[in-house]
Structures are given as C-alpha cells and as structure tokens.
Design a binder for this molecule. Sequence first.
Ligand code: SF4
Length: 475
Amino acid sequence: MNQNLTEKLTKSDFLLFCEAPRHLWAKKNLKIDLTLTDFDQHLIAEGYEVEKLAQEYFANEILPQKPGCQMKLQQTFTDGPFQARVDILLDNPETSTYEIYEVKSSTNLDKKDLYDVAYQFLILQNQVKIEKAVIVHPNKEYIRDGELDLAQLFIVDDLTEKVHELLPEIDALRHEALSVFDCKDPFELAQCLTPRDCPCPDICHPQLPEFSIFDVPRLSPKKKAELLDMGIRDAREIPVTFSLNDKQLLIVERARTHSEYLDQYSLQIELNQLQFPLWFLDYETCISAIPRFQGYHPQQQIVFQYSLHRLDNPKAELHHFGCIALTDGDPSLYLLEKLAADLGRTGTVIVWNKSFEMTMNKEMAKLYPEYGNFLLDLNSRIYDLGEIVNQGIYLHPQFKGSWSIKHVLPVMVPELSYEEMAINKGDKASMAWWNMTFGEVAQEEKTRLLEALDKYCELDTLAMVEIYRKFAAMV
Ligand code: SF4
C-alpha cells in the first residue's frame, strides 16, 4: 500500500466513508463542496453548546460517583494510520482503565453514532484498557421547567456490549476506508444508489438524464441495480415489462410519454371534501437541541411564524393574515393568540404535507393547554393538498416523481417563484428568526429580514391557493 504515512484516517473521514465511500474519495481529492450554510453552522454551534453543558453535567454528576478518576477532554489518539479525538475520557489511575464518553446533540441514537464510538474504541484499546464506551445525549423526555436541569437534560447510554460486537466489522471497514487514500478512480469504489442532493454528483453520475431511474419514488436498491446492470439510467428506457408498483408505473409513464396524468373522478372526490371558507396555512419553525423555553423538550421545533390566506368562495377576494413572533420568551404563545383571532372556526384548513403542521399543533397544545381545543379542532379540519400529487391523482412529467411544493409550484404556477427572494428556503427563514431573537442584529438589517420572512411565508400559502385553483379548474 502506498498510503502516505503522515496522512491519518480521522473519525470524520471514517464516518464520511460509511456514508458513501466516494464522499471520502471526493474529500481527499478536493472534489466535494463542503461549504457550510448558515444553518449548518447553527447546528455546529449548538453541538458545541451541548458539549459544554455535557462537560458540566459530567463534572457535577458522573465524576463524583467515580472517586479518584480524572476527566480528560478532547484528547487525540492514534493507532498507526487511524486517529480519533475523544470528547470525554475518564481515567481511573487506580485500575489503569479508561471510559470513553462521546457527546451527541441528537435525542435518538443511530447506527452512525455506534460506528463513531466503536471507531474510537478500536484505536484506544490498542494502547489502554477500555472498560466502557458511552454516549451522553439529551433526553427526549426532559421538559424544561425553569432553569436547565443538567441532571435531567442528559441521558447516558452504555454501548459497551454493542461496541464489542461491532469491532470486527469496524476493523474491516476502517481498512477499506484507508484504501480510499490510494484509490485513483472513484468508480472502483462501491456505487451509491441515492443520487439526490448529492454533494459531488459529477463523480458518480455525470450527465444524469433529466428524468432518471433515481427519480422513481421508492424504487428498491435491488431494482435500481438491476436497471443499471441493463445499462438503463433514463426513466424513459425502463422496459414496460419491468416490475413496478402502480404509482411507480404512473410516474414512469409520465417520463415515457412526457404527458400529464389526471384521475378526474378522484380529484373531484378530493375537492368535494373541502368546505368554504378555505384557509391556507403554513408555519415556519426553528429547531433547537437545547430547550430554550419553559415546557420545551430537546430538539423541539419552535414555531415562530405563520402565513394564512382565506378564500370565502371560489370567486371571492383573497385575504391574507400573517404573524412573525419576535418576543423575549416563547414565540409560539404570541403566535397562538394571533392565530386564534385570525383563523375562523369553520371551513377547511389546507396545508401541504399535513404531518408537519399537525405535529406542531399537538406540540403547541401541550405547551399551552388553554389553546388545546382550538388546536385540536384545527387539526380535525386539516386537508393535505400535496396528497393529490403524492397519491398520483394528478401528475406532471416535470414533477419528476416529487410531490414537494418547491417542485410542483414552478410547473403548475410558473409566474410564482421562490428564486429571486432574499429568503427562499425554510432553513434560511429559521436562521433569520434565530439571529434576530438570540443574536445581535442592527435595526436596518432587522427590517430587511422581517420583510423577507414575510414575503417567503406568504408565498408558501399563496402557492397553495394558486395550485388549488388549478386543481379546481380541472374538474
Ligand atoms: S451518488 Fe451522490 S450521494 Fe451517492 S455517493 Fe455519489 S455523490 Fe454521493
């Protein structure tokens, strides 16, 4: 192996390899865009904040239970070409043993977290005796009541047994990851079958057809591999005999025929369910790993804005209501007061992807039981307009298998667009509110941000109004 002996495979390299081998290759060959958005930076800053709190928790709650032990922070260890930094290491000089504590911001642990700790374990066990491998992370059951209670905020998951079982697999994987350093051709590395939002698409799928097999929703990896083996990447070339479910067939048919599909009967049934006045509702939210306000749990979305359009009858004038809450405390209380005043008690409430708005309403009902009946009633009146596309009642070839409003709107209502807007994505909206609430923003900038937020959220509900009108004109 020609691997440069000074180059180390860090823990983040290893995890990048586990995500997709070609991502590690692209990083080493400077072919991946690792630019961080403001929202990525916000998540990293929150991660540091969680780590600081976890260290405090550790010093106050765990260390006193381990007399004679010392806490060591951010120590780096190497084992030949492998390297890892340990968040918190507990050193027991009496027994000459150590415990690894990895800090995470998420409330749910996944396979990547296990791999992360197992990678550290492998490196350290070559040099010292490790007794325990543990993840410290926020407890999703914790509800903030007054000041943050670190003893309740954090939970400790002992993964020692699981890590031991994983070691042979991680050992093999880390050597595979290391071989990427010497790899000249990324095509020698395992193929990834999910080229959506790719960080380096030109490496894996250069000149992907406009409507590719990867756009067919829920196509299994096995079927994708079968098609690739047949030399097929364009959805239009999928043979008619190839086994697909009904919805996939409808979508592939759009690619082949480049024609729309409308199930007029089902569309009529859907639209018949709607009762005027129609209310078109959309929330903007920002997630926080640490509960910022009373009653919140870790990783809870904070609802800070809504846009609401009211249509009394098909020909009536459209009315708009909106609210951005910039308050000292929880914005959702102020928002609920306004929403309860703006939203009438009759008529269908139209959203796009109802699980999100309904979950936000349930969360706010827990925070403010005095609005419980209002929010319960609101949820019972919700209709998800996106389902007309998601269920395949109306499909357009240019949706390319997606039912996201960001893909549907430019096709159905091209005159409305997010493109030129100062804030044109949910995570940018989140950051604008976060910075105005927790950061230092000059008055002039604040005025600009408020205007941009207003326009962005209003477009989300106006988009639904116009898409609804297009559907209504089809029956
Ligand atoms: S297809 Fe996309 S996501 Fe998959 S490895 Fe290649 S660049 Fe990454």
